[in-house]
Design a protein around this ligand. Structure first.
Ligand SMILES: Cc1cc2nc3c(=O)[nH]c(=O)nc-3n(C[C@H](O)[C@H](O)[C@H](O)COP(=O)(O)OP(=O)(O)OC[C@H]3O[C@@H](n4cnc5c(N)ncnc54)[C@H](O)[C@@H]3O)c2cc1C
Length: 395
């Protein structure tokens, strides 16, 4: 069957033009693959994504992927910060677990870039690709994978797409995953994360901090001009009052929460609140269908792995698809998709479980847990193979 005669027939149809969906589409630049990407937001919003409070810490491998996609080179260097060191502190103790760039044998541990800039420059790259069709202001109503040769998608704008493979990157609350009847392990931590940018008196020296206090977690990620991304994880009730608080009171509250560590602090822009819900899909693939990004694994942001893992996943699936094409194998076949599923699962499950474990331990205020918290920090700091395992993820 010659699928390509009809204009709504594509090799791959991606649902969701978030950072992972767009990066995945960009990985088929310079190929003759016909790609569709369906997004509910408008092109105007995608071209100038609003600040959403997320400042994304990126690993070296993620930076390399964005370079390979010709995206990194266009992000103004002055808006990228290097993270040289990361320190983790427990309760009121001054002892800290630290990860340094020297241990990683690189000039920095990683980079910090606001999410809206990552989205903006990914979208810019996408608009230069002639083999990608963006269908905006549309969502997917149904997905039919019953045909052996192709999948069909019915869109909310009345259009129908036929494709060899549907790839869903439509967030951790993926509607496509639900339409396909794929369930997920969902963990609701019953907390909210408030993120905002703050200017502070004392320098951060390009160090990221994670303070696991007893009733809340307070983190800072170093940004440009004596600014940091401030991340506060609290109960839903406390988050409501923190969101409503006037700026003056909020500044004071943060200053106190950091025990005056940064001196005077001043809010820049708005505060944003995110519910802490992690999601691990029970499978990543089905017949002519695959999940990528947060739709496959929605991480807890505390260890800053979500987008990094999304990029790793797209690197795996792209390699499998390209290798199938080279071998003249239909890339929508289960044998190709299963290889992606098992490789991503092997990479994701240790990070997912250890992150959830860290969050559960460091938000537990029972006496045994509080003792264990301190012991774990010391063990990771002192036992070289454990520390190397953590550092390995940052390469
Ligand atoms: C506070 C916070 C801080 C974070 N910090 C870090 C960090 O430091 N490092 C890191 O690696 N990660 C971090 N993350 C995680 C990171 O933001 C996500 O992993 C990343 O955004 C996932 O990208 P995505 O494209 O898979 O999904 P999303 O960013 O959720 O994008 C999904 C896209 O799909 C669209 N969509 C949704 N439903 C439909 C539909 N039915 N039809 C069509 N389109 C649809 C949406 O409009 C959106 O454009 C953080 C997350 C949070 C919340």
């Amino acid at each position: 069957m010659n699928l390509k005669k009809n204009k709504m027939i594509f090799d791959i149809a991606i649902i969701g033009a978030g950072p992972v969906g767009i990066a995945f589409a960009c990985s088929f630049a310079k190929t003759n693959m016909k790609i569709a990407i369906i997004e509910k937001q408008s092109k105007t919003i995608l071209a100038n994504p609003k600040i959403d409070g997320r400042e994304i810490a990126l690993t070296h491998r993620s930076a390399d992927i964005l370079k390979e996609l010709n995206v990194w080179q266009n992000i103004p260097a002055r808006l990228i910060t290097t993270i040289k060191e990361a320190r983790v502190l427990n309760g009121n103790s001054k002892y800290f677990l630290d990860f340094t760039h020297q241990e990683l044998q690189k000039e920095c541990l990683g980079y910090l870039i606001p999410n809206n800039l990552i989205r903006k420059y990914l979208y810019k790259r996408l608009t230069n690709l002639t083999n990608v069709t963006l269908v905006d202001e549309a969502s997917c109503i149904s997905i039919d994978t019953n045909n052996n040769e192709y999948s069909s998608i019915q869109l909310s704008n009345g259009e129908k797409i036929k494709t060899s493979l549907v790839v869903a990157s439509d967030s951790r609350f993926s509607e496509s995953r639900t339409l396909m009847g794929i369930s997920a392990f969902i963990h609701d931590f019953n907390k909210n994360m408030i993120v905002c940018r703050m200017k502070h008196e004392k320098p951060h020296n390009n160090i990221a901090y994670e303070f696991f206090r007893y009733t809340q977690t307070q983190a800072s990620l170093p940004y440009i001009n004596k600014q940091s991304s401030i991340v506060t994880t609290v109960s839903k009730e406390t988050s409501k009052s923190l969101m409503k608080m006037n700026n003056k009171k909020f500044n004071k509250e943060m200053q106190n929460n950091f025990s005056n560590f940064f001196g005077k602090m001043r809010l820049i822009g708005k505060r944003y609140s995110y519910p802490m819900i992690t999601v691990y899909s029970k499978k990543f693939v089905a017949r002519r269908f695959a999940l990528i990004g947060d739709a496959a694994v929605g991480m807890h942001p505390v260890t800053a792995h979500g987008f990094n893992l999304g990029l790793k996943g797209l690197e795996i699936i792209t390699k499998e698809i390209k290798s199938a094409i080279d071998r003249k194998i239909d890339f929508g076949l289960p044998l190709v998709l299963q290889r992606y599923q098992s490789k991503l699962h092997r990479a994701a499950i240790p990070i997912y479980l250890s992150t959830n474990g860290i969050v559960s331990l460091y938000t537990n205020t029972s006496i045994p847990a509080m003792l264990a918290r301190q012991l774990v920090l010391r063990a990771v700091n002192k036992i070289k193979p454990i520390k190397q395992t953590f550092l390995q993820v940052l390469r």
